[in-house]
Ligand binder design. Structure first.
Ligand code: SF4
Length: 245
């Protein structure tokens, strides 16, 4: 199955009427394969592949993924975590969202404490991590220079984000990490006027899902104490409540 396939549900109404339906794993896998082959953005293709070739010294013996990174997690997830884009030496190296860097340590540590993740660390794609009722994704699938995708790249990637989100039929809560993911999630949820991003923001979409704002788990935020573990844990505790746990 791929983009434009008639089996991809149309709009939030379809999702709302299928609360107990979880898509076949194969649908998301087929989409993931298509995403991982995308070469639409010339600048990002060049960057992700240059990073994968030059490598960071600490990882020089590893084979970098160096391709677009699909979402990861439970196809029946009620909670979706939306970041920004893969990190150059994190997900762009390992091929799994938020895997292999300090941001991922923070995120998966919190998901483990909240009962969504089977283990507290996410180091590589074959580390045995299993997410339960949670799915981790991002609006842009290729690592951008300085973690800053251009508007045209964001727009080019939106089709993948939309297709993946629409396949998560049981989705009830979107936890957006940072203003970029918050804005793209609000757009996808059809929120108008667009809500302003804030840590702790909570907005209910017209057809039911709730959007939660959370500071991004970037080192810029975690090293400085702008985002602390208790703050992150409080967001996922709230996400669990909203998801009906
Ligand atoms: S950022 Fe998205 S649209 Fe652009 S090349 Fe990567 S996967 Fe394709």
């Amino acid at each position: 199955m791929g983009l434009g396939d008639p089996r991809v549900p149309e709009g939030r109404e379809a999702r709302a009427t299928a609360a107990s339906y979880a898509p076949p794993v194969g649908d998301l896998q087929a989409l993931a394969e298509r995403i991982s082959e995308c070469r639409r953005c010339e600048r990002l293709v060049a960057w992700r592949e240059t990073v994968a070739t030059e490598k960071r010294a600490a990882y020089r013996d590893e084979d970098y993924w160096g391709r677009p990174v699909p979402g990861f997690g439970d196809p029946a997830a009620r909670v979706v975590i939306v970041g920004l884009a893969p990190a150059a030496h994190g997900a762009n190296r390992t091929g799994r969202m938020f895997t292999g860097d300090r941001s991922g340590d923070w995120l998966y540590g919190a998901l483990f404490r909240a009962g969504f993740a089977s283990q507290p660390t996410s180091t590589h794609r074959d580390d045995g991590m299993v997410l339960s009722d949670a799915f981790v994704t991002a609006p842009v699938r290729c690592a951008p220079p300085s973690n800053r995708p251009m508007p045209a790249e964001r727009d080019a990637c939106r089709e993948w984000f939309t297709a993946e989100m629409e396949l998560l039929e049981r989705l009830r809560v979107v936890v957006a990490l940072g203003a970029f993911g918050f804005a793209e999630s609000a757009r996808w949820l059809g929120l108008s006027p667009r809500p302003a991003f804030a840590h702790g923001a909570e907005v209910i979409a017209p057809d039911g899902p709730t959007l939660l704002g959370c500071y991004h788990v970037s080192q810029q935020n975690t090293f400085t104490g702008r985002l602390t573990e208790p703050m992150l844990d409080a967001v996922f505790t709230r996400a669990r409540q909203l998801a009906g746990h």
